[in-house]
Design a protein. Structure first.
Length: 259
């Protein structure tokens, strides 16, 4: 078989354009492809919803790749270990209710399962704004990350979605855009992002689930974005709460979509 560079280019352009065009209207748009975002997208896609993820970086996985301080192992508690086992990820019993798992296996397995379940991942895309109708977020405004990094004046495109999941972690990038530009108050004590506090793993693991909820009409928060939004602590390289939070936000949105 002879290879033609133009045919290669045309195949990429045609397929990507078709994919993006088909996913401009969604049930759920997930912003940030870290562990909680991947988990949420996977569970929603398994329920048959049309889900796309928008990740500003080249790779997905967020902070899970690096484990703790670049030692590529993560820790989960009993509940997190059950999720990993259900996903077919190997775990090691470290004693006293702690389990470890290879962070590369965790990240690649989560990403693969999400894609195979129907999630479409659009990496190298940045959310620079949201669509708001009658004080409810109804979609995203996206552009290439390179455009944002270069400070180029290039107009973005819009994505309509029934619900948005804010999964950008510590940065809470979507909510900060909303509070800066939309005039819509967040569902926090001050109406704004309260901010993340210092590391306290035990408390943070619990509050991650408590804070997994709607933060502004149409937008749910998950993972570290949940704790940062509602002013709780960071948990460090223990990831059970992240996975449980991703599952929880999928359940909450499923209830709303079904209701």
């Amino acid at each position: 078989m002879s290879l033609d560079e133009i045919k290669i280019s045309r195949a990429i352009l045609k397929q990507f354009t078709n994919k993006l065009s088909d996913y401009l209207e969604l049930d759920v748009a997930v912003v940030g492809a870290g562990p909680s975002g991947l988990m949420a997208a996977l569970r929603l896609a398994q329920k048959g919803y049309k889900v796309a993820m928008f990740e500003r970086k080249l790779s997905v996985g967020g902070g899970m790749w690096g484990g703790g301080m670049m030692f590529n192992e993560i820790v989960v508690q009993e509940e997190g270990a059950e999720i990993l086992k259900d996903l077919g990820i190997r775990i090691h019993d470290a004693g006293d209710g702690y389990y470890t798992a290879d962070s590369i296996e965790c990240t690649t397995t989560l990403a693969s399962l999400a894609c195979k379940s129907g999630v479409k991942v659009f990496n190298l895309m940045t959310v620079e704004d949201v669509l708001v109708r009658e004080n409810r977020v109804t979609g995203l405004v996206v552009n290439w990350t390179a455009v944002d990094m270069g400070g180029l004046h290039v107009d973005p495109l819009a994505v309509r979605s029934k619900f948005v999941i804010e999964a950008t972690g510590h940065a809470t990038e979507v909510l900060k855009v909303i509070q800066r530009k939309s005039g819509v108050d967040l569902l926090t004590e001050t109406g704004k992002v309260l901010g993340e506090r210092s590391m306290w793993a035990e408390t943070a693991e619990n509050t991650t689930l408590e804070n997994t909820r709607e933060a502004v009409p149409g937008v749910f928060v998950t993972g570290m974005a949940a704790n940062a939004t509602f002013g709780s602590f960071r948990m460090g390289p223990i990831f059970g709460g992240m996975l449980l939070s991703g599952q929880r936000v999928a359940e909450l949105i499923h209830e709303r979509l079904e209701g």
